[in-house]
Design a protein around this ligand. Structure first.
Ligand SMILES: [Zn+2]
Length: 134
């Protein structure tokens, strides 16, 4: 851990839930990352939707992701009250998700870096998946 600001935990608001994403957040509460996968075309996607965004089939199902991914892009939000890193992480299962990179020295983050999921508590809601370098 480096700078003091990075050791400070950012306060996270609770995610909004819908019938489409309830199972996703329930799993997050158990420390599991779910991804929605289409059995018609075989593509996984994120954020979870009932209808496949690739082929518009409704034959989509939940799979438990490995929680492993790589950083596709990121930016350090240094002007926020508690600086944080906004990033796109490409999951091992294929889809990319917008997330935060946490628990690391922001200056050492690199595109293509391997990361793994960690769940961070929110204010009155389920924990949200974020990623930390392996
Ligand atoms: Zn599909």
């Amino acid at each position: 851990m480096a700078a003091q600001a990075q050791a400070k935990e950012r306060k996270l608001s609770a995610p909004s839930l819908s019938s489409e994403t309830k199972a996703y957040w329930d799993a997050a509460g158990e420390g599991k990352l779910l991804v929605r996968k289409c059995t018609a075309c075989g593509e996984a996607h994120h954020y979870p939707r009932t209808i496949c965004p690739f082929c518009f089939s409704d034959k989509t199902t939940w799979i438990t992701a490995s929680g492993k991914g790589t950083i596709y892009s990121y930016s350090v939000m240094r002007r926020a009250p508690v600086p944080y890193v906004l990033a796109y992480v490409t999951l091992a299962e294929g889809p990319s998700m917008m997330t935060n990179i946490v628990d690391c020295d922001f200056d050492k983050i690199r595109i293509g870096q391997d990361v793994t999921v960690v769940f961070k508590p929110t204010d009155g809601g389920p924990p949200v998946p974020m990623f930390t370098p392996v």
